[in-house]
Design a binder for this molecule. Sequence first.
Ligand code: 6PG
Length: 240
Amino acid sequence: MSYIYNLVYEDPEDLGTAAANYMVEVLSDAVGARGTASICLTGGSTPRFAYEAIACHHRDELTWSHVSFWFGDERCVPPDHDDSNFRMADAAMLSKLPVPLSNIHRIQGEQEPASAARSYDAELRTQFSDSSHEPSFDLLLLGVGTDGHVASLFPGASSSSAAEWAVAELKPHTEPKHPRVTLTPAILRRARRVVFLVSGIAKREVTRRVLMDDADLPASSIKGREQTLWLMDADAAPAG
Ligand code: 6PG
C-alpha cells in the first residue's frame, strides 16, 4: 500500500532543505534496517538545492560508504558536459561526500545510447533481483516535466517491455534534446519510497493532474511501495 503525502514549502530553497532532511532520514533508516541503502537520483534543476543541502549540512550524519547512488535517467553526453545529470549531482553533492566511487553508478552518457542502456540494465541487475516482488531502491527521487514526464519517460512514447529496466529514448520531447537513457517503470515502481520534487508556477497544472491520477501522464504511474511523497514549493502547489 502506498500512502501519498503532499508537503508545501515557501520557495525552492526551503523545498531543498526539507528534501535533504527527508533523504538522510530514509537512507539512515535503510542502513539501520538492512546495512545498506540505495538511492536513485533525478536530474533537472529542482533537486540541486537538495543535493547542495546534503553536502553542506548532512555530510557527517551518515556512513556514506553504505549508500549506493543510481540515476533515473541521463542525457547522452559526456559526464563533464553542462547537460549531464551526473555532472550536476557530482558538482552539488557526490564530489563533496566520502562516497567510494564504486558506490556511484553513473549511466555512461558518453556511450552509444542503446549500448549505455544495456550496460546500465545489466548493472542494475547486479544490485537488484529479477523478482518483481523484491523492492528496488530504498529511495527514488523524481522531478516532473510540464508534460508529465518523469526521468525520460515521455507521454505517448513507445512503452518499454516489462522485462527492460533501462532503455534508450532517442526522441526526448523536451529540452535538452540529447538522446537519453532512462530507467523504466518496471524498476522504478519497485522503489520502497518515491519523492517527487516540484517547484515553480509552470508545474502547478501538471502537479494537479498527476495528483488527480491522470493516467495519460507517466508521473501518475510511479508510486512507492511504501510511500509516495510530493515535496513542492508554493508556486507549484495546486490551489485548493
Ligand atoms: C531530466 C530529468 C527530468 C526532470 C524533469 C523536471 O533528465 O531532465 O530527469 O525528468 O526531472 O524534466 O526537471 P526540473 O526539475 O528542471 O523542472
